[in-house]
Design a protein around this ligand. Sequence first.
Ligand code: HEM
Length: 173
Amino acid sequence: MEYVENRMAQEAAKQTGNAESLVTPLNLVLLGMLLYTAYSWLRPHTPAAIPKEEPAVVFKTFTPRTLLPYNGENDMPVYLAVRGRVFDVTRGRNFYGPGGPYANFAGRDASRGLAFGSFDEEMLTKDLDGPLDTLSDLTKDQLEALQGWEERFLDKYLVVGKLVAAGEEDKAE
Ligand code: HEM
């Protein structure tokens, strides 16, 4: 009888021992992860917050004349064109807005002026309804300078359209 009682006591001790050995730090961490996963699955799902609406950028086709109003002299954004790409340079208003050092380029095709490093009036397309500046007379150095500016603009500003000659709008994709 005593033997049986001893066996039972031993068994009970073993079981308690087993239960204790389950409570290890690792098991607690695993249990925590399990509970968290279950909670994640079961909790009611709230839809992701709707991002604040950004103004949609519409890629547009401009001619030198339709680009002109984007010269910073009104409430409109400030644009300029470089080799057929129209950049939104509004965040550079200090450079291109009225009184800014590069205000002459605002609303215009700035390619030639940038290539020559010149603010001269002749650098800008005179006839707003005529052909675009082909830049075919540019030297290698001027083309390189222009490309440098282009890369800077591509890095810094958004392209919002393309510049084409008046009458070519329909041909532009
Ligand atoms: C006396 C000569 C010049 C000085 C001291 C000067 C100075 C500067 C300075 C300090 C910046 C700002 C750089 C930055 O923080 O991003 C800048 C940017 C610029 N400069 Fe000049 N510059 C000069 C000549 C020119 C010329 C000749 C041209 C072209 C015709 C030119 C076109 C530009 C343009 C397009 C920018 C970039 C503005 C932007 O990031 O949108 N600069 N210049």
